[in-house]
Write a protein that binds this ligand. Structure first.
Ligand code: GTP
Ligand code: MG
Length: 490
C-alpha cells in the first residue's frame, strides 16, 4: 500500500474510533494523559508518584480539587485494552517506598486506569477516568520514521553515523558496509550481520555518555517481544540515488523489512497510544543532557523536535476534535529538579523553554495551552547551606546512588552526601547554537571543580504517618496535576 492510501485509511479509522469514544466520554468523562519522554526521562517514576498521590491523598496544596477536599477517593480500575499489560504500580511503589530503589528501565508497554470520585463545584458527585500508558522511552525515537522511506532513513542514518562524534563507534559497521554490494542478490547472512553490527553501533552510542543514544530504530535497543524477528533484521545501506532496487537484491530486502517495521510495528504503536491524547506532559531529563555536554544537549533538542513534530496538538472545535484527536494542554517538565537547589529551578525552566521553543510555538499557534516547569515526581533530596571558604553554598543532601562518584570517591549506596551542583549555564542560546566560547565553559561546576558529573540519589527515607501510608515528597507534582486535569474536576 502506498503511504498516502494507508494514511487515508488510518485517518478514517481514527475518526470512526474518535466518534465512538466521543459518545462514551459523555457518559464517562475520560482523560487520556500522554506521558511523553525519552529513555530515563522519568516516566515510570512520574506515573507511579502521580497515582500514589491521587489514591493515597498526597500533599498537593496546588492541586485544587484535592486540597479543597472535593476528591472523595481515587482507585485503580480495570484498564480499557485487554491486550496491553497492566502498569505494575504496586511493584514500583514497593521498590520506591520499601526498598528505596527506583523502578528498572521499562521493557514493554503497559497501561493504567485511575477513576477519581469527586464533588463538582456545584456540589454534584461525579467521576473522572484517567488513562495512562507507560512504554520504553527508546520507542519514541521511532515516531519520525513514520513518514520516511527506507532510502531517506538510510541516508540520514549513515550521515549521522559518519559525524565526528559517532564515526569511531560505527567503524565496524562501516567496514562491513564496504564488504558487499547492495544491488547484488540478497544474502540473509549478510543482512543478519549488518543488523547485528548496526545494533552494536546503536548500543555503543547509548553507552557513550556524550551521545545519549538518541538514534532510531528504538526497538533495536529495546526490542520488547520482537527480539530476533525479521522486522528487526535490517540496516541502512549506501545507495545510488535516482534508482529503484533490483528485484531480489539486498536493497529490496532491506527496504521491505524497513517498511514492515514502520508500518506493522511503529505505526500501530503510535496510533493506538499517541494519536488520541487529551492532555500531554513531556518529560525531559535536561540535567542528564547538561552533564553529558553541549553536544548531547543539542542531540536531545534535535530528537525532541523530531518527535514532538509528530503529535497533533491544539484546539480545533468539537467537529475538528472528532476527526483530529489532539491534546489541548501540554506541559513541558524538566525532571529530577531535586538534583538542584530550588534557587536554580528558574534557570532549569528557562533552559527547557529554550530547548522546546519550536514545539511551544507550534502548540501555541494551534491554540493549545502550554506551561513549562521544573519538577521532581519523587523528591530524593533536602536542601542545606554548606559552608566553604567562599561562604555558604546552596546545596542538596541525599543518599548517593551506588556507583556514583564525586570528589574522587565512589559511593556504595549507603552514604549521605551534600552536593553543591554548581551553576547552570545562563547563556543556553549559544550553548544550543554550538557557540565555541560557550562550549569551552563547563556546564556545571562543583565546589572544588573536580571534574563535574551529576549525582543520582536513591529514593528518600519516608516519615511514617499515623495511618501507616507515607506520602511521597515531590516538587511541583501538584502544579503539574492542576495544569493537566484540574479543569476537568471542577
Ligand atoms: N532524584 C530523582 N531522580 C529521579 C526522579 N524521577 C526519575 N529519577 C531518576 O531517573 C531514572 C529514570 O526514571 P524512570 O522513571 O525509570 O524513567 P523512564 O522515562 O521510565 O525511562 P525508560 O523506562 O527507560 O523509558 C530513575 O531510575 C531515577 O534514577 C525524581 O523525581 N527525582
Ligand atoms: Mg520507564
Amino acid at each position: 500500500m502506498t503511504p498516502i492510501v494507508s494514511q487515508i485509511i488510518e485517518q478514517a479509522r481514527l475518526a470512526a474510533r474518535a466518534l465512538a469514544e466521543f459518545g462514551g466520554h459523555l457518559l464517562h468523562p475520560t482523560v487520556r494523559l500522554g506521558v511523553t519522554g525519552l529513555s530515563r526521562a522519568g516516566k515510570t517514576v512520574f506515573i507511579t508518584a502521580l497515582v500514589h498521590g491521587l489514591t493515597r491523598g498526597g500533599r498537593f496544596p496546588v492541586f485544587d480539587a484535592l486540597a479543597s477536599g472535593r476528591i472523595a477517593g481515587a482507585r485503580l480500575s480495570p484498564q480499557p485494552d485487554d491486550a496491553v499489560p497492566r502498569f505494575d504500580y504496586e511493584r514500583y511503589v514497593r521498590a520506591i517506598v520499601n526498598e528505596r530503589e527506583w523502578p528498572e528501565s521499562t521493557r514493554q508497554i503497559s497501561e493504567l486506569r485511575v477513576v477519581i470520585d469527586y464533588q463538582s463545584l456545584s456540589g454534584a458527585m461525579r467521576t473522572l477516568t484517567v488513562d495512562i500508558v507507560d512504554y520504553p522511552g527508546e520507542w519514541l525515537l521511532d515516531l519520525p520514521l513514520l513518514d520516511k522511506s527506507y532510502e531517506q532513513w538510510s541516508a540520514e542514518a549513515l550521515a549521522h553515523s559518519r559525524d565526528a562524534a559517532r564515526r569511531t563507534l560505527a567503524a565496524p559497521f562501516h567496514a562491513h558496509l564496504e564488504s558487499f554490494d547492495p544491488l547484488a542478490p540478497a544474502d540473509e547472512n549478510a543482512a543478519i550481520e549488518s543488523a547485528r553490527l548496526f545494533t552494536a553501533y546503536l548500543q555503543a552510542c547509548r553507552d557513550e555518555r556524550h551521545t545519549l543514544g538518541l538514534v532510531p530504530p528504538g526497538r533495536f535497543l529495546m526490542p520488547g517481544d520482537l527480539a530476533g524477528s525479521p522486522a528487526l533484521t535490517f540496516a541502512p545501506l549506501d545507495l545510488p540515488s535516482g534508482q529503484e532496487p533490483p528485484a531480489h537484491s539486498t536493497w529490496a530486502m532491506m527496504r521491505r523489512r524497513y517498511d514492515a517495521y514502520r508500518d506493522v510495528v511503529v505505526r500501530p504503536f503510535f496510533h493506538e497510544h499517541f494519536a488520541r491524547l487529551d492532555r500531554q506532559i513531556v518529560l525531559v531529563d535536561v540535567l542528564g543532557a547538561l552533564d553529558a555536554g553541549p553536544e548531547a544537549l543539542r542531540d536531545l533538542q534535535a530528537a525532541l523536535i523530531g518527535i514532538l513534530g509528530c503529535f497533533r496538538i491544539g484546539r480545533s472545535g468539537w467537529l475538528g476534535a472528532l476527526f483530529k484527536p489532539s491534546a489541548d494542554k501540554i506541559l513541558f517538565a524538566a525532571t529530577k529538579a531535586d538534583e538542584l537547589h530550588h534557587t536554580a529551578h528558574d534557570r532549569l525552566e528557562a533552559i527547557l523553554k529554550r530547548m522546546t521553543a519550536h514545539a511551544i510555538a507550534r502548540a501555541g499557534d494551534a491554540g493549545a495551552e502550554i506551561d513549562v516547569i521544573a519538577l521532581a515526581a519523587v523528591r530524593a533530596t533536602r536542601e542545606a547551606f554548606v559552608h566553604d571558604q567562599g561562604g555558604g553554598l546552596p546545596s542538596i543532601v541525599g543518599l548517593a546512588a551506588p556507583g556514583e562518584r564525586a570528589s574522587g570517591r565512589q559511593f556504595d549506596g549507603k552514604t549521605e552526601v551534600a552536593v553543591f551542583p554548581g551553576d547552570l549555564p545562563s547563556d543556553v542560546a549559544s550553548l544550543l547554537a554550538g557557540d565555541a566560547e560557550a562550549n569551552r565553559k563547563p556546564t556545571r561546576v562543583r565546589v572544588r571543580n573536580d571534574g563535574f558529573h551529576s549525582i543520582r540519589f536513591r529514593p528518600p527515607a519516608l516519615e511514617q504517618t499515623a495511618d501507616g501510608i507515607p506520602a511521597l515528597p515531590h516538587i511541583r507534582l501538584d502544579r503539574a496535576l492542576q495544569f493537566l486535569i484540574g479543569d476537568r474536576l471542577r
